[in-house]
Design a protein around this ligand. Structure first.
Ligand code: F6P
Length: 365
């Protein structure tokens, strides 16, 4: 009987997931003569016992497709599974034994889990219960530790930059301060890269709590110098000095329930009130998770997927594939979880941004 490989995609979707599914499946079939089983909707499918065979034909032609053909969920943690207690109340229960039993039913020798921080945490805990896991780091936030880049990030940056470029023209025509709020959760990679690539005049990231006075000064000083508009790229996780993140909503049945959002609107209103400059806000939101992956992400996804399949054949379980410089390496999943990879204040791109006159909303970094 052929060996079987199981694969799931969990957490928020992003461009490049299908490219990874394709790479894992084709490599498993071509190089290792294995069968592949796709678990539906991430860990939810493993909890509920939903999976299907993934054939070569199933993954042919999906390289450029956004989303995930397997579906995903960011609400299904087998160790903390939400249950409805009635009266609008939600409780949590450990269903990891049932999840493990379902994995055994599949008869796979490995589980390839494609996901971000939350998914990798769950994968690590399941590995502790004996599941042979290999992780592939995915997220537009680029916040997974031990890898220079996650796939999905470059595509999200490209989409955000396209948005910023378009907003630039209205900013110029109407002499406005335009706030563009981007995703990224608690780190500023997406805002920093999109801000630099989009020529943002002010970039606000969670790692550097901003001073509203400095943000206002930066916009006013540009105006005085004849640049009557400003582009402010603000990360959804940005916060004022001494303040806290702005929460858009709480998703009760999610294991990571806080959804950030709204800092752009609050700040725009404040800057308009203080400076008299007209301000507008655009929240790019889930646009950043949609569409076809960039060439960089297609390459990274293909390299990650093929290497994960190779590591599966070698039995290097409990590991995650990662990008270090130009090389694909593996690291223990345990090293990659637990802390988010944030932007170091002395990061080279921060220095470059400062050199071209970008403000980070503070006097001194
Ligand atoms: O982690 C990816 C991400 O898009 C974050 O940037 C964002 O904060 C969050 O997911 C949004 O989650 P949801 O799709 O549940 O609203």
């Amino acid at each position: 009987m052929k060996k079987r490989m199981a694969i799931l995609t969990a957490g928020g979707d992003c461009p490049g997931i299908n490219a990874v599914i394709r790479a894992v499946t084709k490599t498993a079939v071509n190089d290792y003569n294995m069968e592949v089983v796709g678990i539906e909707d991430g860990y939810l499918g493993l909890i509920e016992g939903r999976w299907r065979d993934l054939t070569y034909a199933d993954v042919s032609g999906i390289l450029t497709q956004g989303g995930t053909i397997l579906g995903t969920s960011n609400k299904a943690n087998p160790f903390k599974y939400a249950v409805d207690l009635g009266d609008g109340k939600t409780g949590f229960k450990d269903v990891s034994d049932e999840t493990l039993a379902n994995f055994e039913k599949i008869g796979a020798s490995v589980l390839v889990a494609i996901g971000g921080d939350g998914t990798l945490n769950i994968s690590h805990l399941l590995a502790g219960k004996g599941v042979p896991v290999i992780g592939i780091p995915k997220t537009i936030d680029n916040d997974v530790d031990c890898t220079d880049f996650t796939f999905g990030f470059d595509s999200a940056v490209a989409t955000a930059v396209e948005g910023i470029d378009k907003i630039h023209t209205t900013a110029q025509s109407h002499h406005r301060v335009m706030f563009i709020e981007v995703m990224g959760r608690y780190v500023g990679w997406l805002a920093l890269h999109a801000g630099v690539a989009g020529g943002g005049d002010i970039i606000l990231i969670p790692e550097i709590p901003y001073d509203v006075d400095v943000v206002c000064e930066a916009a006013v000083s540009r105006s005085k110098k004849g640049k009557k508009f400003s582009i402010v790229v603000v990360a959804e996780g940005a916060k004022a000095r001494g303040g806290d993140v702005v929460v858009q909503k709480v998703v009760k049945d999610s294991t990571d329930p806080v959804r950030l959002g709204g800092v752009g609107s609050l700040l725009a209103a404040e800057v308009e009130r203080r400076t008299g400059l007209e301000a507008r806000v655009t929240v790019l939101g889930h646009l950043q998770r949609g569409g076809s992956p960039t060439a960089f992400d297609r390459v990274l996804a293909t390299r990650f997927g093929t290497e994960a399949a190779r590591q599966a054949s070698l039995g290097n379980f409990g590991s995650m594939v990662a990008l270090r410089g130009q090389e694909i390496v593996t690291v223990p999943i345990s090293d990659a979880i637990g802390k988010l990879k944030s932007v170091p204040p002395d990061h080279g791109l921060m220095k470059s941004a400062l050199s071209v006159g970008t403000s980070f909303g503070v006097k001194v970094i």
